[in-house]
Design a binder for this molecule. Structure first.
Ligand code: SAM
Length: 226
């Protein structure tokens, strides 16, 4: 079952690549427009990294945003059509690479002062990938994760870990396939990161300016593998 969900997750980002690119580039997703794009950019810039790996970079908006501030980046994503549109827009290097292959890419990619995952940790299990990331980090570097705030997903099912389905309703037209994604409680996120050798430096909960409810969870971590 888990294997099926992961395959469908991967497939959805091939099938929905055009619709996703339009939704991001036309700023159709309100939470991104009002809150989360600025939150992740601010958090990266505050760390002043020289070289960033954008993991699950999608169509590449964050790499372009970082380039505008003089920060070099490499974007990796399993979706070939998303990497194609990212490359066409320039400003960074991009590579088609699933998380399971990141290990084999370490020599090629080199090391980074910062690893960023913006709404890109969607599967289960994640532990092998989180363990691989230590090898891509330069000494004193950090891992920055932005994910859906577990509280904001409370209407979608019980407050416990499990697979859910994103239909992309409200993100505009053209989405061909729903996306299975794995919901994690706050307790589960913190346990997973601790078990995979990541230590929390700080956490932020950016709020929606009108509802004043948390939209996302931002976690800055440093590497302390056991
Ligand atoms: C919600 S999108 C976010 C894209 C981008 N980070 C952004 O902020 O616009 C999730 C991205 O994660 C990528 N992704 C999900 N699971 C992946 C995996 N196992 N390996 C590589 N990429 C993956 C998808 O292809 C998709 O581009």
């Amino acid at each position: 079952m888990q294997h099926d969900h992961r395959e469908q997750l991967k497939h959805s980002w091939q099938a929905n690549a055009d619709a996703w690119t339009a939704a991001v580039r036309e700023q159709r997703i309100e939470s991104r427009r009002l809150v989360t794009d600025a939150a992740i950019l601010r958090a990266v810039l505050a760390c002043a990294p020289k070289r960033v790996l954008d993991i699950g970079c999608g169509e590449g908006w964050l790499c372009r945003g970082l380039a505008a501030h003089g920060i070099q980046s490499v974007g990796v994503d399993a979706s070939a059509p998303l990497i194609e549109v990212a490359r066409a827009a320039g400003s960074a290097q991009y590579r088609v690479c699933g998380y399971a292959e990141l290990d084999n890419q370490a020599d090629l990619l080199g090391q980074f002062d910062m690893l960023v995952c913006n709404f890109a940790l969607l599967e289960e299990p994640l532990a092998p990938m989180l363990e691989t990331l230590h090898g891509l980090l330069a000494p004193h570097g950090s891992l920055l994760i932005q994910t859906l705030h577990p509280w904001s997903a409370r209407g979608t099912g019980p407050y416990q870990d499990g697979w859910r389905v994103e239909t992309f309703a409200g993100f505009g037209e053209g989405f061909q396939e729903p996306m299975p994604w794995f919901f994690r409680t706050l307790e589960s996120w913190l346990a997973l990161l601790h078990e995979t050798g990541w230590r929390l430096e700080w956490m932020q909960e950016p709020l929606h300016p009108e509802s004043e409810q948390p939209v996302s969870l931002l976690l800055l971590l440093h590497s302390a593998p056991r």
